[in-house]
Design a binder for this molecule. Structure first.
Ligand SMILES: [Zn+2]
Length: 125
């Protein structure tokens, strides 16, 4: 069976910006990640995932060049992951997450994580 793309799409469509964390590190991710990593965004879209609606992201501190690295970015995906193979897109590694907060979802799903994502740090108001 594999990934349930339709169900995953439906889930992401149901998430609004009110559901997302509004801290600046997270906003920095939502606003830039799609244009900075178009192939990663396309890959995620192909399995029904909206790159701008992560389940959990872990930012480090911005470095001296103003680059902010996110060491793990996790996404909920519906379906089974037996068919999922770890791989890289644009030097971003994808794998199945083994450690994540409770998703509160009963239907069959798994958490996909990708890393690292590096973005210029901008303060959004
Ligand atoms: Zn946040």
């Amino acid at each position: 069976m594999g990934i349930d793309v339709k169900k995953t799409q439906k889930y992401y469509n149901s998430i609004t910006t009110d559901d997302l964390c509004s801290c600046n590190y997270c906003k920095n991710y939502y606003f830039q990640v799609k244009s900075a990593y178009p192939l990663v965004a396309n890959y995620l879209a192909s399995i029904g995932v909206d790159i701008q609606k992560p389940f959990e992201i872990s930012p480090l501190e911005p470095d001296t060049n103003g680059i902010l690295e996110y060491c793990t970015c996790q996404y909920i995906v519906f379906g089974k992951y037996q068919t999922f193979h770890s791989h890289k897109v644009e030097n971003v590694e994808f794998r199945i997450a083994t450690s994540f907060p409770d998703t509160g979802i009963d239907d069959e799903h798994f958490v996909l994580e990708l890393y690292p994502i590096r973005l210029k740090y901008v303060v959004y108001k």
